[in-house]
Design a protein around this ligand. Structure first.
Ligand code: AMP
Ligand code: MG
Length: 500
């Protein structure tokens, strides 16, 4: 297997990472290899049959050009600050450039302890590996920015969790694993030079346009705010709950990262929580935009010294007056205040499409919110409601999902008259909806079934079947009805676990 590694993070100062090799595992076996992704990214030398590929995906072999490092970061976890987190069970094997010239991180998750493991074993149980594989790939197919899954293996070793469980390793690909927590790491140590180098690295890698602005750091911050607003608005439009929106799990590139106890909602509820560790519902569905903003405030705090001291001046050391400093802080504050507005715009844009609306009307947000409230009080399934909306017999199908159908009828009347006010035809409206209202999402009970079969019976067929359906979330697949249906009462998964 040949990957043309082209590593840049390792060229940053030594305190950005620790060089650590993966710890070999006993008896690795390939579960899945994402050959379509490999092709897309130009990883052409990889072949799932090849022994070396298995060596790389299990951490048993370090191929040429790979320089494994565990990245340093800090983070607010459930609101409390930890100055030292870092990759405790993940390793960056290196970076490569895709045929389009995009730089990608190539990472193993579950590859053994690093100096950042803080008592953990650095391993990952098979369950969370399968969950992340299914959910991250499904997110990609739904059009949500996300890390990708390239391969998953079993290790042939058991891990001590609540009971003994099988171990797994995920190979994941991202446009960059730097997090809000990475900035906090340098900021909390007062390492201004490190902070600046990190910001310059991220600007060059993800937001090069910022360099043209009067103050490149402010422009960079603004771009990150925009990317996060866009991302969270997408999550909300699919009923997705990340579950652990700690600052160390928020990517600067604006991708969904670190899938833990995440879940897609079945029955809609504004404050739905699945994660067993989120006892105060901090990361509940409706809180996600607020938490996004809270995390961005933490990012702004780290960037303040850069905002103030560097406005792309010729002489970076020239004195900044108090007035200038205050002005730039005010700009950053305005950007943060704007988060809600930007988020709301993205959200409404998504939700309009979900209702087949192509034009703007002031009352649209209210129309959407009324629907969501009704879905909650009527225990309607989120995904199925919107899927039925995009079908020929939309109303008669959708009303069956509501426990008081006459309440739905009253709302549907408003929706129909709003649609009638549009210039686009019913067929066009339906086409808009069919592009954004999926038929198949990775429902919790289906993921659970895939994990159970794998863990309890070493049977991966359930995983593969589910994965195949999720590859085409917007097209109806013959004989796959069970994947679009909500769980039966005894199948409902009420809680998800991060599985660390
Ligand atoms: P997470 O909740 O997965 O984002 O992890 C938070 C922090 O805990 C990160 O620094 C991880 O590297 C670390 N961590 C989580 N699980 C383990 C584990 N099994 N072994 C070592 N470190 C871990
Ligand atoms: Mg994490």
């Amino acid at each position: 297997m040949k990957i043309h590694f082209d590593n840049s993070y390792i060229k940053l100062p030594k305190n950005f990472y620790t060089e650590t090799n993966p710890t070999p595992v006993k008896n690795p076996e390939l579960i899945v290899f994402n050959d379509k992704l490999a092709d897309e990214l130009g990883l052409t030398g990889i072949d799932s049959e090849c022994l070396t590929a298995l060596g790389v995906f299990s951490g048993n072999e370090i191929t040429e050009g790979s320089e494994p490092i565990a990245m340093a970061y800090a983070g607010h976890q459930f609101g409390g600050f930890s100055p030292r987190l870092g990759d405790g069970r993940a390793l960056l094997l290196g970076e490569f450039l895709s045929p389009k010239g995009v730089r990608y991180d190539f990472q193993l998750k579950g590859s053994g302890p690093t100096p950042w493991s803080r008592g953990g074993d650095g391993r990952s149980a098979l369950g969370p590996v399968l969950r992340e594989y299914l959910v991250s790939e499904s997110m990609a197919k739904l059009g949500v920015p996300t890390t990708r899954a390239l391969a998953a293996v079993t290790t042939g070793e058991e891990l001590a969790r609540n009971t003994l469980v099988a171990g797994g390793i995920l190979t994941r690909i991202s446009t960059g694993f730097v997090r809000v927590g990475t900035f906090q790491y340098f900021s909390s140590q007062g390492d201004l030079e490190g902070l600046k180098q990190l910001a310059d690295y991220e600007i060059a890698r993800h937001y090069p346009e910022s360099k043209k602005a009067k103050n490149k750091y402010v422009a960079f911050f603004e771009a990150v705010v925009d990317a996060q607003a866009k991302l969270i608005a997408k999550w909300m439009s699919f009923g997705f709950i990340h579950g652990v929106m700690n600052t160390d799990n928020m990517s600067i590139a604006g991708e969904t990262i670190d899938y833990g106890p995440c879940a897609f909602m079945d029955e809609f509820s504004h404050n739905r929580v699945y994660s067993s560790i989120d006892q105060n519902a901090r990361y509940a569905y409706d809180n996600q935009p607020k938490i996004g903003q809270w995390n961005l405030i933490r990012l702004a705090e780290t960037l303040l010294p850069l905002f103030v001291n560097n406005s792309n001046k010729e002489d970076e050391n020239s004195e900044v007056s108090d007035v200038e400093a205050k002005a730039v802080v005010k700009v950053a504050e305005d950007i943060l205040t704007n988060f809600s507005r930007i988020y709301h715009q993205y959200w409404l844009e998504n939700m309009r499409k979900k209702l087949g609306l192509s034009e703007k009307n002031e009352a649209d947000a209210e129309l959407v919110n009324e629907l969501l409230d009704l879905m909650e009080s009527n225990k309607a399934d989120f995904t199925l409601t919107f899927y039925y909306f995009s079908q020929n017999d939309a109303l008669s199908q959708a009303r069956t999902l509501f426990s008081k159908p006459e309440e739905f009828d009253a709302w549907a009347d408003k929706w129909q008259s709003r649609r009638a006010s549009e210039t686009c035809t019913v067929a066009e409206s339906r086409a808009i909806m069919q592009k954004v209202n999926p038929i198949y999402i990775p429902r919790n009970h289906q993921i659970e079934a895939a994990i159970r079969a794998a863990e309890d019976h070493n049977d991966f067929s359930v995983f593969h079947a589910l994965h195949e359906v999720l590859e085409n979330p917007f097209s109806l697949q013959k004989g796959k009805e069970k994947y679009l249906l909500p769980p039966k009462k005894d199948e409902i998964v009420h809680q998800t676990f991060c599985g660390t």
